[in-house]
Design a protein around this ligand. Sequence first.
Ligand SMILES: [Zn+2]
Length: 617
Amino acid sequence: MKKFFNELKCNERLRLSDACGEHPLDATSRCRAELKLALRVQRLVSQIEACGVFDFAGEDTQADEILTAGNSFFDKSYFGTRVLILAPHPDDEINVAGNMILTLAAAKAEIFVAYSTNGDFEQSAEIRAQEAVDALKILGVPRERIIFLGYGDTFNGRGKPHIFHAVAPTTSPAGFSETYAAEGFVDYAKRTFGRHAAYTRENFKRDLKSLLLELRANIIFCVDFDSHADHRALSILFEEALGEILTERSDYRPEVYKKFAYATAFTAAPDFYAPNLLSTPKPKLGETDTYDFDIIDRANYGWKNRVRFPVAENCRRTLLKDNPLAEAVFAHKSQRNEWNALRILNSDEIFFERRTDSQTFAANVSATSGDASKVRDFKLIDTPDIDATPAKFDGNLWQPAFDDAQRKIFFTWDEPAQIRQIVLYGNPLDDVPAKISLRLELAETNAVIERVVQLPSRGRPSVIELEKIFVTRAELKVVDMGRDFGLAEVEFFANADPLKKIPPFIKLTVNDNFFYRYAVPDEVEKISVGLYRFHVDAPVKITATAEGEELLSEVMDDELILNFGSAREVVLTAEVVGSDIYDRAIIRRVGDFAQIQLKVWQWLDKLRVHKIRKVDR
Ligand SMILES: [Zn+2]
């Protein structure tokens, strides 16, 4: 607390001397007035802090004891687990997986961060690389695990093709035409193949594929199809590269999580200074900046199916102060993106999961017409124009020819494939549902299983659950389809749920927000508490206690209606029956005074970030 104000005072002084250089007289008096005001607020707050407020001051001993970690998600050691973050630019590592880097690094995972570009559009590669080193040091990743593929930043808009479309070598706006890295680093191509790589799509994908195979990370977090062409290029070429690996070999099946670095982080709503830390909001067309095409709820981007991870303990509070994720954002000084911390930081970190264990990668695939290989290229979307705004999608579908009366696609396996679940993805732009008949030939008995499957519109998945069977041949016939019909992927899984490095967990929610400690106004008598499940099917027991006594609550289907009665602070515990999976959280009722106190603290916190912006460069 004292330290906070000392820092504030110190920053004020720095700012004072800084501003005085420009306009000696005016600035001095203005700054002095500001300083006086800040000191007055400081005195005011130090007088009221003794009253104790919920949620941010770090003086709440009961809450601190109960909520340190507070979730079995944080109990696991990741020693021996290798993690790869694929980010287009330095600073995107935070947008893509800042919280998971921090969390997994603290749990002893071996984390590599690879940047596809040098971030050299406006600043030098040297500046961007140093900032990446500084930010990743805060998050727990050492310099030697930072990799630069060394491609150019922002190829588009200068009359040259973006590298995504570059068959012949292209030149970046910074004037480079082959990979390089900042002083003290060696670009990936030079280190691996002995020479810098010309800026072509082929080399970009070759380097990515080589990197994936060299590291063989157990878990991969990769940027998804944002509005920025560099983000899109990395997203699609990663999927292409991994799709090739999955088809060519059977000994590598990583866990893959994709992330919209813009719409669900960097340009999400600046909602940090809410009374309670909120979860990542759903992107909305026309509201979320840079979100130019309504991709959510198409293909595998069902909002309900998003993966939500809890955030590290020191990132859950309602101030940016002492928040390592915010500090990592600030470390990218040249980006002047301090306020984006308010967008990036939420009570969950969300991804869309892509399974890599489909048996389709081991199958022979053919069709009566159209390009059958499209259903196992690992790509759910692709674009003919990486720069298009709004985004354009095309080129990743198996589409039978118009005059093809059979409209069939076939899968055969040399060795019988174990199948428990089949997932079909259609065309994300198709607004008409389709009907498909499915025919599976069983190994040994040669018996046949037939099903008629409804394929939803907008490319959303159709999931077919089966008893565990062994199959030698599968046939899909399109019975009924609209004009835009196509199949993006066909996946055959041996298990409904694969074994994962990230273990199953649960998390308590209020209004669908992950919460750890939650403040509600005094007058609230009842509140509904919900539950998020990550690969957990078993029953979950939720209990509410106040001062050690269990409160009577209505519980039904992962929901608990909490009646406060006379209780001010309630501890909620959720446990998966018969396992060590648990979550704990606290709800406290607070009066007007505490709410105002929080606002004052947040105002001071904002003031501090203003100082960082102005002074620290
Ligand atoms: Zn970026």
